[in-house]
Design a protein around this ligand. Structure first.
Ligand SMILES: Nc1ncnc2c1ncn2[C@@H]1O[C@H](COP(=O)(O)OP(=O)(O)OP(=O)(O)O)[C@@H](O)[C@H]1O
Length: 717
């Protein structure tokens, strides 16, 4: 492999030629963008064609966004030499770096965007195009018509505007013609290793240049397939989920741009950590959200308590009960118990005539609808239609001539409307849950045979809230409100949802996310060993059922790209306790000296400050992670030692080299070096504290410093 410093001009003529080719591709991309910018959009009469012009405008905006050349991200990262005739047609022959030339191989670059030259010949193929699969999957045993795979390495320099700019600094060829089993074939890629070991700074980056075959297979699974990926820390689950979104938006753009796509992550810190990945892949229209945001997004603002929707944390037992799927049935019973038995005659006057529906006429209409499984809200509408229809039948039997207008008039007749309101009352989801959780007798009726009296008591809201605004809602309550809302009105679904850290969702939260996926599909990512919530899943099949996708395919990722073997072996000592049966990932690299255990005498602060300083000597980001309740005190003590550790959330991951991270927010994040303070306190802080510690210990790319004054948890000694 040839590699040079990004700031020096290359002496190697091949590298020079490669830089020239990259420059040409960038120029071609710029030209493509200029062509789109120059398109005339207004057709025909501006006013008459308003709708089609607006659609064209949106299409153009999207296309322009997709043609942006991001200076910090290389436009392409690889090149394939295919057997002659695999890619280009005869017509394409005739010169140019990227076209078919004589009997030589068909040569194409693989990159982030599709780029073609002025005559329409491909220069760069989008990594998501079917033919690009070979870049990720071809091997000497199945070379997929590829002769040579070239990988490029990039360095970063400051561009003219001070922004980072990527510069081609290296290339590495892999000859796939040498055949399986030859010694050269088994050599790994130095560029891949360099990418994996790259010191981490700031937010997550895409891995499009180095997606591994086992990851690529998941990324490219068809849209219809619901995937469930169990993967130990650092096996690339999040990366797979994000690249899968980009792939699906490429292969199913039409379908998904209508229905929408979302990625659901555990918290805002995590979302800001991953926020740059999809835009770097050219996708800017993906909804990035948390379960909490999904559940609160459609709640009426006027009913929001001043302090926000969540003001209370349930005890683990109550959280488990409230999060269990049986609550869906409790809510269903309570909602449908609002229906009243018809006891009064409905009388509609039309001119001089009166038409009557007797209770025994209305009862079967109501029962038929209640048994049909319609949404509660739609049932109200349907009842008014049924009643109008019944009255029209009476009228027609008496020789009256009726049409659609008569039907509408009867349906809107005050007597019919009053009857519908009385028999099938309007229900508001927040008020329904509030009513149920503040009225022990009503709850007992709805939960009969489903929950014990103790369990019922644990569900009740504290205090005596008079309305939704004064209630102290918990996260679990909101999932109940969402269920109630869906029973009243079926929500419309997204085309695809990627659910990260799925193991932490309660069954009721799973139902809420599953509803968002509707008839679409899901990518479910997680690790049973990293489950920290009281309702965390013990197995994937049950969770998939709660998501409404029982036939989802389970896949296991077990090659760990983040954490060196020394650290993962240490953390994996917790596995027999927290997730018996689950194995540690196979770390792709070892890193001597990566793990430092520091037993401090009495005061933790000096040793912690020392560990932070040592970690800061390295190149990348440093995360100081401690139990949530200990972190403020530790930060103050560290400040006294001259170490400033701003709090994650108050500061972004790219604005300070050292950030202090509450253990509860560490999930999904990674740092080049991690300093963990007092593991025993992390374990004690919550019911699943050992799982939390496993999460915390597996965030480091280069080094992990564990500083403790108290004995380490027994499993780790
Ligand atoms: N094929 C790859 N090439 C280069 N880097 C990779 C590859 N796969 C994963 N990584 C890197 O490994 C790290 C871990 O990836 P990711 O965060 O997706 O793992 P995860 O399985 O979601 O981990 P966790 O369960 O701990 O949240 C990231 O820095 C990611 O960029």
């Amino acid at each position: 492999m040839t590699t040079i410093d990004p700031t020096t001009p290359p002496a190697d003529p091949e590298l020079l030629a490669e830089r020239e080719a990259l420059r040409a591709a960038r120029t071609a991309l710029r030209r493509m963008r200029e062509e789109v910018e120059a398109t005339e959009l207004l057709f025909g009469d501006a006013a008459q064609d308003k709708v089609s012009n607006a659609a064209l405008h949106r299409g153009r905006e999207r296309r322009l966004a997709a043609l942006v050349d991001i200076p910090g991200a290389p436009l392409y990262f690889g090149r394939l030499d295919f057997d002659n005739g695999t890619v280009f047609l005869e017509d394409d022959a005739g010169g140019g770096e990227h076209s078919r030339a004589d009997e030589g191989p068909d040569r194409v670059s693989i990159g982030r965007r599709h780029v073609h030259d002025g005559r329409g010949k491909p220069m760069v193929l989008d990594w998501r195009a079917p033919i690009s699969v070979a870049y990720y999957q071809a091997s000497p045993s199945d070379r997929m018509k590829v002769q040579v795979r070239r990988r490029y390495g990039f360095g970063t320099v400051a561009g003219p505007d001070g922004e980072p700019e990527s510069v081609l600094t290296a290339f590495e060829d892999e000859d796939l013609m040498i055949g399986e089993g030859s010694p050269e074939a088994s050599q790994g890629s130095e560029l891949l290793n360099a990418e994996i070991e790259r010191p981490r700074t700031g937010p997550m980056r895409d891995i499009v240049a180095t997606i591994q075959p086992e990851q690529d297979a998941l990324v490219r699974a068809p849209l219809e397939t619901t995937l469930c990926v169990q993967g130990a820390p650092g096996t690339g689950k999040t990366a797979v989920g994000l690249h899968r979104i980009a792939f699906l938006l490429y292969s199913e753009r039409e379908r998904l741009s209508r229905s929408g796509v979302a990625i659901v992550g555990p918290n805002r810190s995590f979302l800001s950590y991953i926020q740059d990945v999809l835009p770097a892949l050219g996708e800017v229209d993906v909804h990035q959200t948390t379960v909490h945001e999904l559940l609160t997004r459609d709640l009426p603002e006027r009913m929001r308590p001043a302090q926000g929707w969540v003001r209370r944390v349930e005890s683990p037992e109550a959280a488990r009960t409230k999060g269990s799927a049986v609550l869906a049935e409790v809510l269903r019973r309570d909602l449908w118990a609002h229906l009243r038995t018809p006891e009064e005659t409905v009388m509609v006057r039309r001119g001089s005539r009166r038409w009557r529906l007797y209770p025994e006429d209305v009862r079967p209409l109501l029962e038929e609808l209640a048994e049909r499984g319609v949404a509660y809200g739609a049932g109200r509408e349907l009842l008014s239609h049924r009643m109008a229809h019944a009255i029209l039948s009476l009228m027609e039997a008496e020789g009256e001539v009726c049409d659609d207008r008569t039907h509408t008039q009867v349906r809107r007749d005050p007597a019919v409307r009053a009857a519908v309101t009385a028999l099938w009352p309007k229900v508001e989801p927040l008020k329904l849950v509030l009513g149920l959780l503040t009225d022990p007798e009503r709850l007992a009726r709805a939960a009969e045979g489903l929950l014990t009296p103790e369990e019922q008591t644990s569900l009740l809201l504290p205090g005596r809230p008079r309305g939704p605004k004064s209630a102290k809602w918990s996260e679990e309550d909101l999932a109940l409100v969402d269920e109630a809302a869906a029973l009243i009105e079926r929500p419309s679904g997204l085309g695809h949802v990627v659910l990260d850290e799925a193991q932490d969702l309660s069954p009721m939260q799973c139902r809420a996310v599953g509803r968002r996926a509707g008839s679409g599909s899901l990518t479910v990512l997680g690790d049973i060993a990293q489950g920290t919530s009281p309702s965390a899943a013990r197995n994937w099949s049950t969770l998939l059922e709660h998501l409404g996708k029982p036939t989802g395919h389970l896949h296991v990722l077990d090659r760990g790209y983040r954490v060196p073997a020394q650290i993962i072996d240490f953390a994996a000592r917790l596995l027999p306790t927290i997730a018996p049966g689950l194995g540690a990932p196979v770390a792709v690299r070892r890193s001597p000296g990566a793990l430092q255990l520091v037993s401090a005498a009495e005061e933790i602060a000096p040793a912690l400050a020392e560990a932070c300083r040592a970690a800061l000597k390295g190149e990348g980001s440093v995360g100081l992670i401690a139990a949530d309740h200990q972190l403020p005190g530790l930060r103050t003590a560290l400040a006294a030692e001259g170490v400033d550790a701003p709090l994650l959330g108050e500061t972004g991951m790219d604005s300070a080299r050292l950030v202090a991270v509450p253990a509860s927010l560490a999930k999904g994040l990674e740092f080049d070096a991690v300093v963990v303070a007092e593991p025993a306190a992390i374990v004690e802080a919550e019911e699943r504290g050992s799982n939390r510690l496993y999460v915390v210990l597996t965030r480091a790319v280069s080094s992990l410093h564990v500083v403790h004054t108290r004995p380490l948890p027994q499993e780790l000694t």
